[in-house]
Design a binder for this molecule. Structure first.
Ligand SMILES: *Cc1c(COP(=O)(O)O)cnc(C)c1O
Length: 495
């Protein structure tokens, strides 16, 4: 009795305590309702500056894009609060009715976006990004130290496809699996399928990866499949860069030929940063007795994602991916992707007309690589000067490059982000002009100083003293910024 009914004195004390606490709460400085500007003006102001940078500049980094306001609303939503380890209908936490609905909708839209039947394909939308998606596939389908082959990073492949150098196993993929790269032909810049076939017959990989981060031509998935069949390897297609093009039929689809397809969702697909894995399911074929053989990827891949590599899914991202996939099935999105490719072609041609060499001579996709060797300016100097005039690109190796990884001889240029700002073919001439003017500034300084190996540091030291060049840089930057701000920024409330 004593314990259940506290004494009157005790009740009074408890009431006093509660009163004290609530007054503490009311007088407290922070309730969680304050806007960011109040809670953390420092971060708020850095974000404002980044917003300004995105608005004033020309974004030509091929892997970037501007996602919609709707996508950003999901990312900034209460969904980030929820734990939901497991899969829809089988969670390790309660309260997941809404989360299950979101994840199922996202899965359905992912299959729909690529015209896949749920009898033949399954999908996992939980990977936090493209790299974890790839690692989950390797973890699920391969044993430690099984062999894989991917396009070499300097040839346009991705780190996660097994990148290593002669000295160092750089990517975790090359540490936990045995990796051998295949290459592009250094003359043509095109994937050397015969070379891949020969190496595969010697190396006998368990998996071949068809996917690129800096390759301007369509991938011949049927050829990859043939080689996989010859050596008994899985074909994993990583369409991270081109998933928006594939969804709209602007690039051939890898699904018919692949065992597994992975993608990011924030590149041409224009969603939030996230990753998706598609895997075959259902009947694979018949054995000698005529009995069905089933694909066994579903359990292996799903359990590699969770509980193998990840914990709670990022539900705010999954909702945002669902929104991006909904948009991806509209006619406007197809128009957008066609414009992305058209802009890339027009920009490549405008640069070629100004004497720049384009690797493979042009592009079928959203990006191309400029070979600067004929311009005697390396990729890092070019990237640097363009950054000074508010143009974002990234330095990149070119086929047969002899420059180091930090000083490669090319630039990778992509048009998805500019096209999201509604830029058209008629705007590409101006952009080529700005790029050319910028690169000429560095070339001129290099000539004046007669330093064939001018570094970014030396250029900056010179620039700090050379007022005439400073003036040229700031005038050009002004022109770029005036040009860029004419175009709206999707996703920004004050565009
Ligand atoms: C960008 C990219 C990835 C990795 O994506 P992250 O989200 O940066 O981890 C994987 N594969 C390819 C081919 C890519 O281009």
């Amino acid at each position: 009795m004593q314990r259940l009914f506290p004494s009157a004195l005790c009740l009074v004390r408890t009431t006093e305590l509660l009163l004290q606490r609530s007054s503490v709460r009311m007088a407290s400085q922070w309730t969680g309702q304050e806007p960011l500007a109040q809670t953390d003006p420092e971060i708020k102001s850095i974000i404002q500056n980044e917003k300004q940078r995105q608005k004033l500049g020309l974004e030509l980094i091929a892997s970037e894009n501007f996602c919609s306001r709707a996508v950003q609303e999901c990312l900034g939503s209460c969904l980030t609060n929820k734990y939901s380890e497991g899969y829809p209908g089988q969670r390790y936490y309660g309260g997941n009715e809404c989360i299950d609905e979101i994840e199922r909708l996202c899965q359905k839209r992912a299959l729909d976006a690529y015209g896949l039947s749920p009898d033949q394909w399954g999908v996992n939308v939980q990977p936090y990004s493209g790299s974890p998606a790839n690692f989950a596939v390797y973890t699920g389908l391969l044993a430690p130290h099984d062999r894989i082959m991917g396009l070499d990073l300097p040839d346009g492949g991705h780190l996660t496809h097994g990148f290593m150098t002669g000295k160092k196993k750089v990517s975790a993929t090359s540490k936990y699996f045995e990796s051998m790269a295949y290459h592009v032909n250094p003359q043509t810049g095109l994937i050397d399928f015969e070379g891949l076939r020969k190496s595969a017959k010697d190396f006998l990989p368990r998996m071949i990866i068809a996917g690129t981060s800096a390759y301007s031509r369509v991938l011949d998935y049927a050829r990859f499949r043939d080689i996989c069949n010859e050596v008994g390897a899985y074909l994993m297609s990583d369409m991270a860069h081109i998933s928006g093009l594939v969804a709209t039929g602007v690039h051939p689809s890898p699904f018919e030929f692949s065992d597994v397809v992975t993608t990011t969702t924030h590149k041409t697909l224009r969603g939030p940063r996230s990753g998706i894995i598609f895997y075959r399911r259902g009947v694979k074929g018949q054995d000698k007795a005529g009995k069905d053989i089933m694909y066994d990827y579903e359990r292996k891949i799903n359990s590699a994602v969770f509980p193998g590599l990840q914990g709670g899914p990022h539900n705010h991202q999954i909702a945002a991916v669902a929104v991006a996939l909904k948009v991806a099935s509209t006619p406007e999105f197809k128009e957008y992707q066609l414009q992305v490719v058209s802009n890339a072609r027009t920009l490549a041609k405008a640069l070629a007309d100004r004497g720049y060499n384009i690797v493979t001579g042009g592009t079928d996709v959203h990006l191309f690589v400029v070979d600067l060797r004929s311009k005697s300016v390396d990729g890092s100097l070019a990237e640097h000067i363009l950054e000074l005039i508010s143009i974002s690109v990234n330095k990149n190796t070119v086929p047969g490059d002899t420059g180091s990884a930090l000083h490669p001889s090319g630039l990778r240029i992509g048009t998805p982000a500019l096209t999201s700002r509604y830029m058209k073919d008629s705007d590409m001439g101006n952009i080529a002009g700005f790029i050319d003017e910028g690169i000429k500034i560095v070339a001129e300084v290099k000539g004046q100083l007669s330093k064939p190996n001018l570094t970014v540091k030396q250029f900056n030291a010179h620039l700090a003293k050379d007022e005439a060049t400073q003036k040229k840089v700031s005038e050009l930057r002004g022109k770029v910024e005036v040009f860029a701000t004419q175009f709206p920024m999707p996703g920004f409330e004050d565009h």
